[in-house]
Each structure stands twice: as C-alpha cells, then as structure tokens.
Design a protein around this ligand. Structure first.
Ligand SMILES: Cc1cc2nc3c(=O)[nH]c(=O)nc-3n(C[C@H](O)[C@H](O)[C@H](O)COP(=O)(O)OP(=O)(O)OC[C@H]3O[C@@H](n4cnc5c(N)ncnc54)[C@H](O)[C@@H]3O)c2cc1C
Length: 457
C-alpha cells in the first residue's frame, strides 16, 4: 500500500532542500528523498569549500603583494597546510546530519536512498512507495564526468570532490578543463604552492565568457606562473603509481595529480522519467515558466539546463513552490542570470555576451573600461587587473549584458544585474552619481564609452 502524501521531492540539492522545507512549512505533507548528502553538491564539494579555498588562496596572494607594493621581492612560504586547515573549517561546520535535522524540524519526512518514479504521482524510495497527491519535484543535480580519453578512466584522477578534500597541495597538478571549476582550482592550488598547468581543448579559457575575460585570465595566470595550454587535444592519460602523464599532440606533460574538470552529467538515469512520459535519455529536463515538466512533475536546478548555479536552483525552487501551492506569480525569467568565476580577478557577468547578443540579431553596441585606468584601480595597484564591459541594445537603449572583471567583480556585478534585470535605460544609468573612488565607478567610464560610440567617436 502506498503512503499518501502531498509532495515528494527527489534529490535534496540547494533547490530541493529549500522547496521541501517551504512546502512543509506551508502545511503540506512532504517527503524528501536523498541518496547522498542533504544540501547536494554545493555545501560539501562545490560552492562553499571551493570558495573557502579561494578565500585562503586570496589571503596568501594579498600577503605576497605586501612586499610587492613596497617595491621588494615577494617571499613564498609553504602555505599548503595553512590553506587546508582553513578549508577544513568550512567542511567541518557543514554537516549532513545538521542539514537533515533542520529539514525534519520544518516537518519534512526524510527518506534516505535513491528515489524513482514508478507511476504518475508515485515514487518508490527506501523500500517504500509514496503516492504524491499534488506531485513530484525533481532536483537530482549532476555528477562529475570525464571525457573518453584513452587510459584516463583507469587512473586515480581527481574530480572536484577529491580536490576539495586534498590534505595538502601536490607538488604539481595538471588541470584538464579551463572552465569555471578548472580555472578556480588551478589558481587556488598554484597559490598554495603547486606547479599547475591547465589543458583546455577550446582555443581559450572560459569559453562561455567574453573573449576579453579569457585573455585577461590567461595573462594573469601566466604572470603568476600557471601554465595555460589551449586548443590542445589530449590523446592519452596514464598513471604509473606515482605520476600522471598526459600525451598531447605536441608532446607530453607530467604531474603528481590530475584534476578533471571538463563538465558534469545530469543524474537522470534510473529516475523513471519514462513513467511520466519524459525522455529517459535526455540531457536535461525541459520545463515551462512554472517549472512544470509533465503533469504533476516539477523540475529544478542543474537538470533543467537553465544555468548550473546554486542561485538558479534556489530561484527555480521558489517558482515551483508557488505553483505547487497554487499561488500566482511571475513565470521564471532568465534574462539576467548572474555568473561569477571566483578567480582573482573575479570574472562576473550577467545576461548576454556580445557574441550571444549578435547571434540573436540584436543591434549591439559595446564599450570596455579598464580597471587599472580608474582611480580606484590606480590606488589599488597590485592585483588591479580587470575591466567593465557593457553590451547595449541600441534599439531600446538598455543593457542586455555586462561583465565586471576585477577585484570584487562579483560585488560590482550586483548593480549591473539590476540594470539588466529591470531594463534600466543607459541614459538613466549615466545620470546616476557613482561613489568616488570605487571599482564600480568604472561603469560610468564604460557608459561614457557607449555614448561616445553612439556619437560615432
Ligand atoms: C567545484 C564546483 C564549484 C561550484 N561553485 C559554485 C558557486 O560558487 N556558485 C554557484 O552558484 N554554483 C556553483 N557550483 C554549481 C552548484 O554546485 C550547483 O549548481 C548546485 O549544487 C545546484 O545543483 P542542484 O540543485 O541541481 O543539485 P545538486 O547540488 O547537484 O544536488 C542534487 C542532489 O540530488 C541527489 N540525488 C540524485 N539523484 C537522486 C535520486 N534518484 N534519489 C535521491 N537523491 C538523488 C544527489 O545525491 C544530490 O545530493 C559549483 C559546482 C562545482 C562542481
């Protein structure tokens, strides 16, 4: 006999945990099913520990800039063990039991194990069958994956999960993949003392960002001693018990450790999607503006393919909860999804890149203002690399995209995200007063650049 409940949430990533808690607090009977850790990838292996590592690496870099600012050579002590302790603080303070207690405290019935849809509005998990009167919310997220490179699968390579648990920085590290995870971890380990080389198949780092961001990061990384190999195909990887070797078209690289950061696979296999008429082999679950995927099925988070970020998962959770509860509200909109790569400089962007805007046939004008040329950048000196890039729709006179690269780029982005989200006219942005001397004041220079272009200068 099936247990009668209102909602079953399968997968308790950030969005699923949030949705389950909110629905229970609204008075529904909710079952949350989780096969690993309550909270998903983010607090244990992703956003939180990596940002603790970034913070530790940033402290190291700033400390090393002190003699640099005073005109003396920098000294590089062994920071690896210190950094590992800082990271451990984060992982120790975030535990699955506390997260589970918080959730059950809100009235959610937690079931440990794999959840599977076995019929419309029916989920089997932990040896029990649940009939979900209102429906099922899916938030099963993604798992790390590796490319089909000869020999790679037989080696003890790291994914993000092993990298954040490393007790110390290796002597040398190869990073396969120059996307967000790859570049963040490459700089962190380099700053902890590892000799790091990034190997990327595309012709630039951060292929989904503005080319100016890729060029900036490459320049900073090479200055810091990080090897950057782009446009490279890896034909074979081997491990001899002590060292990894990676064969490339033009030679070989070797290192103590290999981090594979080439992408993630959605956890959709074995979920029983066919039972509700969805494609079992799809790469993502298509959803409408209310996060509905099928009758009585909502999907949220990375599996929807609308942006693999914790903030997207949480945003979609709020939209789905409203719909489950039958409340009115605006449909999900993705015009102003913010993205931050927490390197130093931070690469933060919102909305469309210039190339994406042009691909959509939007009439586009752009302008770039370098941070070192701003007053704050000049004052900041060491570590002032960065720029503001604005992408304006010339027909509407609004920003459709922006990048804030530089110190605290993610914070500067907040204001640009508001502009893109609310479609504030650039004319109005030009009338604002920008605090002196801040990094965000460089936005005013970029706006002036847009105006100059409009005048044909
Ligand atoms: C190294 C790294 C750094 C990152 N840094 C950031 C960052 O700084 N900022 C940011 O916004 N994003 C970051 N991300 C992305 C972020 O981690 C994800 O977008 C976020 O976790 C949201 O994922 P989700 O909600 O789809 O679910 P996930 O976090 O992937 O969780 C899904 C959960 O579902 C469970 N599950 C799967 N299948 C089943 C099943 N059948 N039954 C029961 N349970 C199941 C899994 O065990 C898991 O706990 C980072 C990712 C990585 C890898």
């Amino acid at each position: 006999m099936a247990d009668e409940v209102d909602v079953v949430v399968i997968g308790l990533g950030p969005g699923g945990e949030d949705a389950a808690g909110r629905l229970a607090e609204a008075g529904l009977s909710v079952v949350g099913v989780e096969s690993r850790l309550v909270g998903g990838e983010c607090p244990y292996y992703a956003c939180v520990p990596t940002k603790m590592m970034v913070r530790a690496a940033g402290l190291v870099a700033e400390a090393e800039r002190v003699p640099g600012m005073a005109g003396e050579a920098s000294v590089r002590p062994d920071w690896g063990p210190v950094a590992a302790r800082i990271r451990d603080e984060a992982t120790d303070s975030w535990d699955d039991k506390a997260a589970a207690d918080r959730l059950t405290g809100k009235g959610v019935r937690l079931v440990r194990g794999e959840g599977r849809i076995t019929a419309p509005r029916e989920v089997t998990a932990g040896g029990q069958v649940f009939h979900a009167r209102r429906g099922i919310v899916l938030n099963t997220g993604t798992s790390p994956t590796a490319p089909p490179v000869d020999g790679l699968a037989d080696t003890p390579y790291w994914t993000n999960r092993e990298a954040v648990q490393a007790p110390e920085a290796p002597e040398s590290l190869l990073v396969l993949g120059g996307g967000v995870v790859g570049v963040e971890m490459a700089q962190v380990f380099s700053r902890f003392g590892s000799r790091v080389t990034i190997v990327e198949a595309a012709d630039r780092l951060l292929i989904n960002d503005e080319p100016e961001s890729s060029a900036l990061l490459r320049e900073v990384f090479e200055r810091e001693g990080i090897g950057v190999r782009t446009g490279v195909n890896v034909s074979r990887v081997a491990h001899d018990g002590a060292e990894f070797t990676m064969r490339l078209g033009d030679g070989e690289l070797a290192a103590d450790r290999l981090l594979v950061a080439t992408g993630r696979r959605p956890n959709l296999k074995g979920l029983g999607l066919g039972a509700v008429g969805l494609d079992e082999n799809a790469r993502r679950i298509a959803v409408d503006g209310r996060m509905r995927a099928a009758d009585g099925v909502w999907a949220i988070g990375d599996i929807t393919g609308m942006g693999a970020f914790t903030h997207v998962s949480m945003y979609q959770a709020a939209v789905a909860v409203r719909d489950v509860l039958g409340e009115e509200g605006p449909p999900a909109a993705y015009r102003a999804v913010p993205r931050v790569t927490f390197t130093d400089p931070e690469i933060a962007s919102v909305g469309l890149t210039e190339a994406q805007a042009r691909d959509q046939n939007l009439p586009v004008r752009t302008a770039v203002a370098p941070i070192p040329e701003s007053t704050r950048g000049w004052i900041h000196k060491a570590g002032n690399d960065g720029f503001i890039k604005l992408v304006e729709d010339t027909e509407w006179g609004t920003l459709v995209g922006a990048t804030a690269a530089g110190p605290s780029g993610g914070e500067v982005l907040g204001f640009l995200a508001v502009a893109v989200h609310t479609e504030t006219p650039t004319a109005a942005l030009r009338e604002m007063i920008y605090a002196y001397p801040t990094f965000h004041r460089a936005v005013e220079s970029a706006l002036a650049g847009l105006a100059a272009r409009a005048r044909g200068e």
